[in-house]
Design a protein around this ligand. Sequence first.
Ligand code: ATP
Ligand code: MG
Length: 287
Amino acid sequence: MNHDHFFVPPGSKISLKEYDPKYTGNYKEKADAEGKLQTDIQQMQKYQDLLYAQNSFALLLIFQAMDAAGKDSTIKHVMSGVNPQGCQVFSFKSPSTEELDHDYLWRSAKALPERGRIGIFNRSYYEEVLVVRVHPELLKNQNLPHIPEGNLIWKQRFEEINNFEKYLVDNGVIILKFFLNLSKSEQKKRFLERIDLPEKNWKFSASDAQERAFWNDYMHAYEDVFNNTSTPWAPWYIIPSDRKWFTRLAVADIINTKLKELNLKYPTISEEYRIQLFQAKQMLEKF
Ligand code: ATP
Ligand code: MG
């Protein structure tokens, strides 16, 4: 799959208008994509086994989106083949009082995947330059001694985030960032479905509908995030999300491409260890 449609080139200035939420590439419908998705899921299982055995890299997958874009279901489907022991999902909600008593990256740093693991952030520290930017009154809860004026606070945070991510990559944490790009009209359709279908009622909260009023502010905040934090070491991918089946396909393909690039190998054993194995075998055969 050609990722140019999704990739945000570092250093460029993109507009979200250039990214079509309905794009499905060469695939017309869900059935066309099913075979490739299953192959990709199996392939990911193999790569995860290598990642775990090698115990050197960790993979961090960040998911950001407007409500109802399908973060949960994408995570569920794309990770359905991987060994749960090698995978950790964290969902970041409004910060607790304990979390607010620390710097804003603290809770994320605590949740980072160990070597050999895949860590998934369902929302992330990017909320600090998204929801907090759209509702700047949230900054007051953070008890910062000094808040740079106007847009400087966001510029400062972009820089801090880029540095944090560079530090992680230098230390073996590979980072992929996905924005599930949902259109405003598809969001409305999904919200109405959540209200109309009893088995989906639990997914709906009235505050989600209120947040919709800030749609344009969010899009502006997201664009600024992409234009300032898509870096060579931690790029952003804008994933078309009006068709859930395509979202899954694109995300799985991007993850596998990255894992392939890492050229993961099972660790080889030393001569000394080979002798120990041989001796153990002899013992086992005796008794
Ligand atoms: P779902 O609705 O599918 O359960 P969700 O990710 O929308 O998933 P919610 O509990 O509905 O989960 O929403 C979490 C809320 O927490 C979001 O509104 C998000 O903006 C907010 N949030 C997350 N991180 C922060 C943060 N650092 N500061 C302020 N609000 C945050
Ligand atoms: Mg929600």
